[in-house]
Structure formats: structure tokens, C-alpha cells
Design a binder for this molecule. Structure first.
Ligand code: ADP
Ligand code: ASP
Ligand code: MG
Length: 411
């Protein structure tokens, strides 16, 4: 008898029919002799709708109340799914995140799981029940309700799988697996049969919304056997594992992209030892999330520092730096928005020099200007104009042989 954690995302539970379909998928697994713990998201786009409601009342809703509001979405799904299973004759019980023993740090809106007390779930499993847990939510030791960040139900699922020492964690979603790029934007994207934790973590961090980054981190740290598959089509999904077992010859395994990037430049800062530290300390203290950083010297006396941020933090960044003009002693602030970040990811890059050169050549051939670059061992990110984003992804997809993954492995 295997213990399996199955997670179903918003679209997969978006209507009564879909919930009934999910109940069938679960009951089939129970009939095969498995113990099943299920994690679900809020139905369809209901989390977005709740966010919208809050924004109609307040421009900057209180974070505690926001968590109180958003966690209601998942509670609807757990109860309906439990009813659907009971209707079909399968004993099931629904649990909120806190009832299920998920404890988090005391941060609203983006808390990390700090502890998981498995007793309650184990108790119900021993009674032969399917346990259905609300994703994306937890509670602090002071009994404050928290959420794990948008997309965080994946993390609930992987955390439960790790804590319960489950044999597998299956993430069911609205695509048939992890693709070489988001299949909604890139027509020639191919489904991968296998991807390493490290590659998946980079892709998730760089904008591939198919898995929550913390879920991948958790899976890697606890060696959880993780698959991503479709909740609608019965087809083999993608294995996320330590070492790729298939498609080993790929240098680049996937591409990720995100828009709403702004390049910010502080011009004419004094060329002094502490300047970099001073600028980024101020930004960090004000929770400005800085991504790529470039420093260049104008002359002996002055330097410019450029960095990329999310467009939503632009006004705040300007306000903070203007306030510090006298202490930082810069000449002026400049910014360029409507930019996007396009990244290529693959463990094969470590042993293949020239990947960056090829990436830049391919983009230059298409007249796509690269404004910023950052690299790690297994990824290269470029900042380009937003209007070039999808084109850049498509030409890179072709250039790095991803179109050529056999069609039998696609949707
Ligand atoms: P769920 O509600 O099931 O959690 P999400 O919307 O969070 O679903 O994630 C699935 C979506 O992720 C897909 O519909 C797809 O558009 C997007 N996506 C982005 N990058 C990728 C990728 N590389 N492979 C597959 N899907 C991706
Ligand atoms: N319902 C939450 C969201 O929309 C959590 C999730 O779906 O993973 O972000
Ligand atoms: Mg998701």
C-alpha cells in the first residue's frame, strides 16, 4: 500500500463537474489500494476575485485581513470535494491547513512553513479516510492565519508529502506536465519527461508558474518524488528528480520569462568603497526586491549603478532614493520600464562553453537588444523590451534544439 499526496490546482477544481472528476481520480487511486492525502486550491479564479474585492475597499489592504479573506477560497473546495467523495461512497474528511498541522512563521501574505504536526492526518488515514487539506494556508504559533504566497498550494502538498514520508507527490494541473516553455505562449513548447530539481527551481524562480518555487526547494531538500501531470488527460507527466533520467542530451532544458521588469539607474554616485553597500542597504531596508545589478565607472570620481526591479515597486523606489539624495550624493535617477526577462535554463550549460555567446548571437540576429544580463551555473537571464519577449523565447527555443524533442512526448 502506497501513501500518495495529490494536489489539484484552481482550474482542476473550477466547477462542480471538475470537482466530481477529481473525486473519480482519487477514488480510482483508493481502489488500487493506496492511502491518499489530497491538497486543493481555491476554485478557478476565485483567489483573484477575492483580491479584487479587497482592492475595491482598500488600496493597501491590511495583510492580516487579506490572509483571513484569501484562505476562505480553499475552504470551499475542501468541503465540496469531501462531499463529492462521500457521495460516491468513499470516506473522506476535509481539514483546513491549521487543522492539518501546518504551522508557519509569523509573516502575512508569504509565510514559510516552519513545522508540520502529522498526528491528525495520520489519525484519519488510519481510519481509512481520504484526507483533504486546504492548500496555501497555515497558522502561526500565536494562532494567526497566514498564507504561503500565490501558488502556494504546491508547497503545502510537497510539505505534507515530506512530513508524512509519502511515496509520491503528484501535482495535477491544467497542462500535461512541465514544458520547455509556457505552452500558452510558445506554440512549439514540448513536454519534458524529466527535469532536475535544480533546473525546475531556476525555471520556477524565473517565471515559470507551473510550480511554486518553495515547493521545488522543499522537494529537493526532502527528496520528495514529484510529478506534474494533467488533471484532465490521462497521460504520463513530468518527473522532477535529482538527476534527469531522460532527454539527457539537452544543453538547455527550458525557458522562462516574465514581464513587468523595470531597469533603474542611479547616475553619478561617488566612486567610493561603501557606495554599493549604502544604496542596496537602503533598498533592502525598504523591502525593494532587486534582481540584476550592474555597476560601471564613469571616471575616477563617479559610478552608475543599474538594477532591475518589478515594475510595481517603481514609485516606491523613486521615493526612497529621492529621500536619500543628500546622503547618497548621486546626480540623477533614470528608469526604463516595459521590459521583460527571458532566461534559458539547463544543467548542461556547466560543461558547454559558448552557451551565452550563442544566446546573444541569436537575439542580435533578430534585432533584439539585450539591456541586462545575469548568469548562474545553470541559467542565463537577459532583460529585453517587453514587446520582444515572446519572439526572443521562440527563437531561443529553436536555436537550442527544443523544437526537436520528439512529438510523441508532447501533449
Ligand atoms: P494550478 O492552478 O494547477 O496550480 P497554475 O496556473 O499555477 O495551475 O500553473 C499551470 C500553468 O503554468 C499552465 O497553465 C501554464 O500556462 C503555466 N506554465 C508556465 N510555464 C510553464 C512550463 N514551463 N510548463 C508548463 N506550464 C507552464
Ligand atoms: N489559491 C491560491 C492562489 O491562487 C493558491 C494556489 O492556487 O496555489 O494563488
Ligand atoms: Mg499553481
Amino acid at each position: 500500500m502506497a501513501l500518495i499526496v495529490k494536489k489539484f490546482g484552481g482550474t482542476s477544481v473550477g466547477s462542480v463537474e471538475r470537482i466530481q472528476h477529481v473525486a473519480k481520480t482519487i477514488s480510482k487511486s483508493v481502489d488500487e489500494g493506496n492511502q491518499v492525502v489530497v491538497v486543493v486550491s481555491a476554485m478557478g479564479k476565485s483567489t483573484d476575485q477575492l483580491v479584487d474585492l479587497a482592492n475595491q475597499i482598500s488600496k493597501k489592504p491590511n495583510k492580516r485581513e487579506m490572509d483571513m479573506l484569501l484562505t476562505t477560497g480553499e475552504q470551499i473546495t475542501i468541503s465540496l470535494l469531501a462531499m463529492a467523495l462521500q457521495e460516491a461512497g468513499y470516506p473522506a474528511v476535509s481539514l483546513t491547513g491549521w487543522q492539518a498541522g501546518i504551522e508557519t512563521e509569523a509573516i502575512h501574505g508569504n509565510a514559510r512553513i516552519s513545522n508540520f504536526k502529522e498526528e491528525k492526518i495520520q489519525h484519519f488515514l488510519a481510519e481509512g479516510k481520504v484526507v483533504i487539506v486546504a492548500g496555501f494556508q497555515g497558522m502561526t504559533i500565536d494562532q494567526e492565519i497566514t498564507t504561503l504566497g500565490r501558488g502556494g498550494s504546491d508547497t503545502t502538498a510537497v510539505a505534507l508529502a515530506a512530513g508524512l514520508k509519502a511515496d509520491r507527490c503528484d501535482i495535477y494541473t491544467d497542462v500535461t506536465g512541465v514544458f520547455t516553455a509556457d505552452p500558452r505562449y510558445v506554440k512549439r513548447a514540448r513536454k519534458l519527461l524529466s527535469i532536475s530539481y535544480d533546473e525546475m527551481l531556476e525555471l520556477a524562480n524565473l517565471g515559470a508558474g507551473v510550480l511554486h518555487p518553495r515547493a521545488v526547494e522543499f522537494a529537493k531538500n526532502h527528496q520528495v518524488v514529484l510529478t506534474v501531470k494533467s488533471s484532465m488527460v490521462e497521460e504520463e507527466g513530468t518527473f522532477v528528480e535529482e538527476e534527469v533520467t531522460m532527454e539527457k542530451n539537452l544543453v538547455v532544458r527550458g525557458l522562462a520569462f516574465e514581464s513587468n521588469v523595470t531597469k533603474f539607474t542611479v547616475v553619478g554616485l561617488p566612486n567610493q568603497l561603501n557606495t554599493l553597500a549604502d544604496v542596496f542597504t537602503i533598498l533592502a531596508e525598504n523591502n525593494i526586491n532587486v534582481d540584476i545589478i550592474i555597476q560601471n565607472a564613469n571616471d575616477k570620481e563617479t559610478i552608475n549603478i543599474s538594477f532591475s526591479i518589478d515594475q510595481s515597486q517603481l514609485d516606491e523606489t523613486i521615493a526612497i532614493l529621492e529621500e536619500q539624495k543628500a546622503s547618497l550624493q548621486y546626480e540623477e535617477l533614470r528608469h526604463e520600464d516595459n521590459l521583460a526577462k527571458v532566461s534559458i535554463v539547463g544543467s548542461g550549460m556547466i560543461s558547454n562553453p559558448g552557451v551565452a555567446a550563442q544566446m546573444f548571437k541569436v537575439l542580435a540576429n533578430e534585432d533584439i537588444h539585450v539591456k541586462m544580463v545575469s548568469t548562474s551555473e545553470i541559467k542565463i537571464s537577459t532583460v529585453v523590451d517587453k514587446e520582444d519577449m515572446v519572439k526572443a523565447v521562440e527563437v531561443l527555443h529553436t536555436a537550442f534544439n527544443l523544437d526537436a524533442i520528439p512529438a510523441a512526448q508532447t501533449v
